[in-house]
Design a protein around this ligand. Structure first.
Ligand code: G1P
Length: 296
């Protein structure tokens, strides 16, 4: 691989998982929201699998004291594995042992206080260093299209531009205050430079219909901006504000990816994800479809 090509290869991904899942209380009182299952896999595993398939080899979790279950999930479980071996339950053993393929490493960094997404990303700086890196928010479960995940589509574009990229999708303007909203050129169809980005604006202040979803590819100079931004929306250090500052220095792009995103940060989106994934799960798909047909 040439030096230029290797510089454009993304090997590290940051998973900010320190946030408290207030929208799912009481389920998230003692359990991390990222560990909520969609059929039989926790949300965080879907995000990790997307990253690994896209070529990521170093997973950096920005975590907090109440999120230990995430570390345990990606660690080996000697007692469980010994029991499954003794009972000769090979399939289950394979499922448990393949959660993290060989060659993938995990780094856990504590975010001491929930000061916002931007602050969480800044906590990852010592582990990221100077390399471009991905950020995946496990709340957004994204099914790619034609075998290419959202992150894979972004990495393909990154290799052409070598600038930061945010994943976007068309949103209903009445929901603009739930998202970072980008401003794009009139000619924008699915990939192009952004000219502004605003965190959670009112519909009247939204620069477009394109809302940022939880996938980012960032160049390491985002850290310089994160070190300077002041608390923004909700009094938090916002990644969006750092991206807005980065825009004064270099280009940032938006990709309207191909695929389907489920907003598992909301009850409705989470239920939609369960239905969609239940309908394609080899073990239950047929019976689940029949059940749905009967009750609807
Ligand atoms: C975060 C970002 C926001 C983005 C969203 C995508 O908001 O701050 O810009 O649109 O993720 O899920 P949050 O959902 O954490 O409030």
């Amino acid at each position: 691989m040439s030096d230029k090509k290797s510089a454009l290869t993304i090997k590290k991904a940051v998973f900010p998982v320190a946030g408290i899942g207030t929208r799912f209380l009481p389920a998230t009182k003692a359990n991390p929201k990222e560990m909520m299952p969609v059929v039989d896999k926790p949300l965080i595993q879907y995000a990790v699998e997307e990253a690994i398939k896209a070529g990521i080899t170093e997973l950096i979790f920005v975590t907090s004291s109440s999120k230990r279950a995430i570390e345990d999930h990606f660690d080996s479980n000697f007692e469980l594995e010994s029991k499954l071996k003794a009972q000769d339950r090979k399939e289950l053993l394979e499922i448990v042992q393949s959660i993290l393929p060989s060659g993938i490493s995990c780094v856990y960094i504590r975010q001491p206080e929930a000061l916002g997404l931007g602050h969480a990303i800044l906590c990852a700086k010592p582990a990221v260093g100077n390399d471009p890196f991905a950020v995946l928010l496990a709340d957004d479960l994204i099914d790619g299209q034609n075998g290419a995940s959202c992150l894979t589509q972004m990495i393909t574009q990154f290799q052409a531009v070598n600038d930061s990229i945010v994943a976007v999708e068309k949103i209903n303007l009445k929901d603009s205050s739930k998202y970072g909203i980008v401003g794009v050129e009139k000619s924008f169809s699915h990939f192009g430079k952004i000219n502004q980005i605003v965190e959670k604006p009112k519909p009247s202040a939204a620069p477009s219909h394109f809302g940022v979803v939880g996938r980012y590819l960032l160049t390491a100079d985002i850290f310089t901006q994160l070190e300077c931004v002041k608390p923004g929306a909700n009094g938090e250090i916002q990644l969006t504000d750092a991206i807005a500052a980065l825009l004064n220095k270099r280009s940032v792009y938006a990709l309207a990816f191909s695929g389907k995103r489920y907003d598992c940060g909301t009850k409705l989106g989470y239920l939609q994800a369960i239905v969609a994934h239940g309908l394609k799960h080899p073990e239950v798909a047929k019976d689940f479809k029949q059940y749905l047909e009967n009750i609807v």
